[in-house]
Design a protein around this ligand. Structure first.
Ligand SMILES: Nc1ncnc2c1ncn2[C@@H]1O[C@H](COP(=O)(O)OP(=O)(O)OP(=O)(O)O)[C@@H](O)[C@H]1O
Length: 278
C-alpha cells in the first residue's frame, strides 16, 4: 500500500488561558490517503476546526506530527513552510468573509497564481477564467465582485481560489453549512467531480453526517479534543459506538435529511445529541 498523503500523529494543541493552558486537541491521529476523503465530525467545541487549522498551519501544534508526503509540517518554520502551503488549501464556511470584497472573481483566483510565480498577467487571467469555468461559474463572473454573487457562487469562487494553487489536499471547514440545502448538494456534486477528475484528497469538517456520508469514505469522531471513534463511513454508520455518533447517525439515516429535502435547521444534530450525552 502506498504511504498516506497526510499522517496526523498524536497531535496536541493547547491554548493559553488564564491560569494555565487549555488542551483543545488531545493526541489525535488519523491518515488521509492520496485522493481520499476523511470527515471529522463531533459536537461543537470538540476540536474539529483546531485540527483543520493545524493541518494548514494556521495554528501551531503543541506536539505531535503532521506529515505531508513524509514531511512533518508541525516542525517547519514559516520560510520552510511556504512552498508546502500551496499543497494544502483550506475552504472556509463563510465564503463572503474569506473573499476580498474589493477584488473581482478573476483577481481573487489569480492572486495565488501570482504567488506561485505565474508572472504574466494575461496568463494568470486565462488560468483564473479556466478555474472559474471549472467550478461552474458563468463566463461573465470574471469581472464581478463578491457582493454580486449568491452564497453558493461565492463558495465556488473560494474553491476555484483553492484550486489555483494545485493542491493535493483541500481542508473544507463547514464549507457547505452556510448554504441552503439544494445549493449545498450542488457544491457537494462539484467536490465529488473535482476529486474524481484530479485525485484531490479532502478533509471535510462538518456537523452534518448526512453531508459527510455523501462525500467521505472515512470518518473520525472527536469529543473533548480526543478521537472517540474512527473507521470507514459504512463501519461508523452501521455500528456507531458512541452516543454522539448514534445521534448523528439517526439524523443521517433520516431520508428526508439527505440531499436537501429538509430545512437546514434539522440537518445539524448537535442539539439532537445533547440529550444522549452524559
Ligand atoms: N485561540 C483559542 N484560544 C483559546 N481556546 C480556543 C482557541 N481556539 C479554539 N479554542 C477552544 O478549543 C475548543 C475547540 O474549538 P474548535 O473551534 O476546534 O471546535 P469545533 O469542534 O470546530 O467547534 P464548532 O463546531 O463549534 O466550530 C473550544 O473549546 C474552543 O473554545
Amino acid at each position: 500500500m502506498s504511504p498516506a498523503l497526510l499522517s496526523v500523529e498524536d497531535l496536541v494543541v493547547e491554548f493559553p488561558v488564564p491560569g494555565g493552558v487549555f488542551r483543545a486537541v488531545d493526541r489525535v491521529s488519523f491518515t488521509v490517503e492520496h485522493g481520499g476523503s476523511v470527515a471529522i465530525v463531533g459536537e461543537s467545541g470538540s476540536g474539529k476546526s483546531t485540527v483543520a487549522r493545524s493541518v494548514v498551519r494556521l495554528v501551531r501544534p503543541t506536539s505531535g506530527a503532521i506529515r505531508l508526503d513524509g514531511t512533518d509540517l508541525a516542525r517547519l518554520g514559516e520560510k520552510q513552510l511556504r512552498p508546502l502551503r500551496r499543497k494544502v488549501q483550506m475552504v472556509f464556511q463563510d465564503p463572503y468573509g474569506s473573499l476580498d470584497p474589493h477584488l473581482s472573481a478573476e483577481q481573487i483566483v489569480a492572486e495565488p497564481l501570482r504567488l506561485a510565480g505565474v508572472r504574466s498577467k494575461r496568463e494568470r487571467a486565462r488560468r483564473a477564467a479556466e478555474l472559474l469555468d471549472r467550478v461552474g461559474l458563468p463566463a461573465d463572473a470574471r469581472h464581478r465582485y463578491p457582493s454580486e454573487f449568491s452564497g453558493g457562487q461565492r463558495q465556488r469562487i473560494g474553491i476555484a481560489r483553492a484550486l489555483a494553487s494545485s493542491p493535493q489536499l483541500l481542508v473544507l471547514d463547514e464549507a457547505t453549512s452556510a448554504l441552503d440545502v439544494s445549493v449545498q448538494a450542488q457544491v457537494l456534486d462539484l467536490l465529488r467531480e473535482l476529486r474524481a477528475a484530479t485525485g484531490l484528497a479532502y478533509i471535510f469538517i462538518s456537523h452534518n453526517l448526512g453531508v459527510v456520508r455523501e462525500i467521505s469514505s472515512r470518518i473520525v469522531v472527536l469529543r473533548h479534543g480526543k478521537v472517540v471513534e474512527a473507521g470507514t463511513t459504512d463501519q461508523v454508520l452501521s455500528a456507531p459506538a458512541q452516543p454522539y455518533t448514534r445521534a448523528l447517525r439517526r439524523a443521517a439515516l433520516d431520508p428526508t435529511t439527505i440531499r436537501g429535502r429538509k430545512p437546514r435547521a434539522s440537518l445539524t444534530v448537535p442539539e439532537a445529541a445533547e440529550g444522549v450525552l452524559p
